[in-house]
Design a binder for this molecule. Structure first.
Ligand code: MLT
Length: 280
């Protein structure tokens, strides 16, 4: 992985391929490895930029991953600001300065992508909004995230991994793809309690992004797994209806994490949309 100085921390980033930048933001509590199964094909068309977000994987939380009392908390806007800094550095390095990017955000990465849209709408050639939503947490959900943040320890991460696998993967993935289940478990188990606490608190206080949807000018692919129980196909249909230039795709045989559960269908959907709506 390459290392970039971003604000007060070093971001570890998987870089591959050439062409326009495709920046991919992972979900919670994962890291860049979530996109590994789709990188080989996407790298033939894009400079794929896949960071471990602040605190996750090998990227340290940094002082700005804490609130004023030193408690781990990363708001969606902080992650989005980090991504803007990272993109600027990579654009300079790869001589792609001023060129628009495609941003792909999955679940928490989707929340971050809407914060990015509010900050840098003119940077986007296209947006891929995966298995996510635009509304804030209900009070109950926010409370349970705060409880998780307050109680998470190294020992508890195994339980979190087991629970997460059951809630995010499609039943057919759990039954038929043991290597995906074990890769996901390992990925969750290597996250630190403070990264999990920071992301959890950040998501709990995220703002309502519903109004942002109508302001997205870039062509947008709203994509989700057929069996995603967290961001259901119906909820993604509603989101797509609120985005002016949206295309909707459903990935068969996948739950909340299509790049791992059905990578070929994910890449097909992304490239078809890109060729038709972005390159046009
Ligand atoms: C994710 O995959 O990022 C999570 O499901 C997001 C969330 O907990 O809301």
């Amino acid at each position: 992985m390459k290392k970039y100085l971003v604000d007060d921390t070093e971001y570890y980033v998987r870089m591959s391929g050439s062409g326009p930048i495709l920046l991919m933001a992972h979900g919670f509590p994962f890291d860049a490895q979530l996109y590994d199964p789709v990188l080989e094909r996407l790298s033939k068309r894009f400079t794929c930029v896949v960071p471990n977000l602040r605190g996750f994987g090998s990227t340290k939380l940094g002082a700005n991953g804490r609130n004023q009392y030193g408690v781990p908390r990363v708001k969606m806007g902080r992650y989005a600001d980090d991504l803007a800094i990272l993109v600027s550095e990579i654009q300079c390095q790869y001589k792609l300065r001023g060129e628009k990017i495609v941003l792909c955000g999955l679940s928490m990465g989707g929340y971050i992508s809407l914060a990015f849209v509010r900050r840098r709408p003119d940077w986007l050639a296209g947006l891929v909004f995966c298995d996510s939503n635009a509304t804030p947490d209900s009070p109950e959900k926010a409370r349970s995230r705060m409880e998780l943040a307050d109680s998470i320890t190294q020992l508890e991460i195994q339980n979190l991994a087991d629970r997460t696998i059951q809630s995010v993967l499609a039943p057919c993935t759990i039954k038929n793809k043991p290597s995906v289940v074990s890769a996901m478990k390992e990925m969750i188990m290597r996250q630190s309690p403070e990264a999990i606490a920071a992301g959890s608190r950040g998501m709990a206080v995220r703002s309502d992004s519903t109004e942002t949807l109508a302001q997205i000018e870039a062509p947008t692919l709203v994509l989700g797994g057929q069996y995603d129980a967290l961001s259901t196909p119906e909820s993604l249909d509603l989101i797509a209806q609120q985005i002016p230039n949206a295309t909707r795709a459903t990935i068969p045989d996948a739950g909340h994490v299509p790049p791992m559960e059905n990578p070929d269908a994910f890449v097909d959907a992304l490239l078809n949309w890109y060729d038709e709506k972005v390159v046009g």
